[in-house]
Design a protein around this ligand. Structure first.
Ligand code: ATR
Length: 277
C-alpha cells in the first residue's frame, strides 16, 4: 500500500444530524480524492483522548460542533487569532507530529456567504443589527467588525449575554432591548438573525421590518427551512436576502483545503447535494 488516504471528520454529541459528512463527501467525489470524512460521536469525557488518538489513526483534522467548540481551545496546541477572538473553534488541523491547531471559520463562512449573496453590500456603509448573543453571534460580530462595519447593534432575549458581548468587543457594540428590536432598525445596513428562532420546530421570530431602510441586506443563519419567515418578509419588502445554507458551505471550505489539499468550490451542485440529503 503506497497510496495515502486522508481522513477527516466531525466530532460532536449528538452528531447524526450533521450535514458536514454529505458536504465533504460531495467534494471528495467531485475532485476524485481518495479520502473519507466521517461523523464521530464523542462525549465530553472522551474529548481529549479522542483528539490525541485521531492523528495517530491517520486523521488530518476534524470539524468540531456542539458541545465541544469551546473545550477544544484548551486542548489545542495552537489557537488562531480568529478562534481566540470568537472564543470557540470549529476546525482543527493536526500537524505531522500530532499537535493540534484550532481555528474558527464560522465568521469567514458568514462573510463569504453574504459577499456572494449580496454583492452590493458595503460593510463600511452603515451599522449592523445582530439578533442573538450566543456562539454564532460572536462569530458573526467578529467577522462584521473585521470587515469594517462601523457599529453593531446587538439585541438578545437575555440582555446580560448581549452586555457580555459589549464587554468583549468594546464600544463598537450597542446593546438594544429585545422588545425594542423592531423600532431600532432605522439606519441599519444589514440585519442578521443568529438566534434559533424561525428554525423548524422552534418558535417564530417576531420582528417588524417597517423601520428597516429599503436598501438594507437581510440574512438568517437558520437554513432549515431555507426561506425563513424573516427572509420571506424581507423579500416581500424588496430587500436583498441571503439564506443561511451558504454559511455552512463556506465555513467548511478551509478545512477541506487543509486536510485534502484542494481548495473546493461552493456552488449550486453542492447546495443541492446538501439540500437533498
Ligand atoms: P449558538 O451557539 O448557535 O448561537 P446559543 O448559544 O444557544 O446557540 O444561542 C442561541 C440564541 O438564540 C441565543 O441568542 C438565544 O437567546 P438567549 O440568550 O436569551 O437564550 C436565542 N434564542 C433561543 N430561543 C429563543 C427564544 N425562544 N426567544 C428568543 N431568543 C431565543
Amino acid at each position: 500500500m503506497t497510496e495515502s488516504v486522508n481522513l477527516a471528520g466531525v466530532i460532536g454529541y449528538p452528531i447524526a444530524h450533521s450535514r458536514s459528512p454529505v458536504l465533504h463527501a460531495h467534494w471528495l467525489a467531485r475532485y476524485g480524492i481518495k479520502g473519507h470524512y466521517v461523523p464521530l460521536l464523542v462525549n465530553s469525557a472522551d474529548l481529549r483522548q479522542t483528539l490525541e488518538l485521531l492523528p495517530r489513526l491517520g486523521f488530518r483534522g476534524v470539524n468540531v460542533t456542539l458541545p465541544h467548540k469551546e473545550a477544544v481551545l484548551e486542548i489545542a496546541d495552537f489557537v488562531t487569532d480568529n478562534a481566540s477572538l470568537i472564543g470557540a473553534a470549529n476546525t482543527l488541523t493536526f500537524t505531522a507530529d500530532g499537535r493540534i491547531q484550532a481555528d474558527n471559520t464560522d465568521g469567514s463562512g458568514f462573510l463569504e456567504n453574504v459577499r456572494h449573496g449580496a454583492p452590493a453590500w458595503v460593510p463600511g456603509a452603515g451599522p449592523a443589527m445582530v439578533l442573538g448573543a450566543g456562539g454564532a453571534a460572536r462569530a458573526v460580530i467578529t467577522a462584521l467588525l473585521g470587515a469594517g462595519v462601523p457599529k453593531v447593534k446587538v439585541t438578545n432575549r437575555t440582555k446580560g449575554r448581549a452586555e457580555a458581548l459589549r464587554a468583549h468587543f468594546g464600544a463598537q457594540i450597542e446593546v438594544i432591548d429585545w422588545v425594542k428590536a423592531s423600532e431600532s432598525l432605522n439606519g441599519i445596513n444589514i440585519l442578521i438573525n443568529t438566534t434559533s428562532l424561525g428554525m423548524t420546530g422552534k418558535p417564530e421570530l417576531k420582528i417588524s421590518l417597517d423601520h428597516l431602510p429599503p436598501n438594507a441586506t437581510v440574512t438568517d443563519i437558520v437554513y432549515a427551512p431555507l426561506r425563513t419567515e424573516l427572509l420571506k418578509q424581507a423579500e416581500r419588502k424588496g430587500h436583498v436576502t441571503v439564506d443561511g445554507l451558504g454559511m455552512l458551505l463556506h465555513q467548511a471550505a478551509p478545512g477541506f483545503e487543509r486536510w485534502f489539499d484542494r481548495r473546493p468550490e461552493v456552488d449550486e451542485a453542492l447546495r443541492q447535494a446538501v439540500l437533498n440529503a
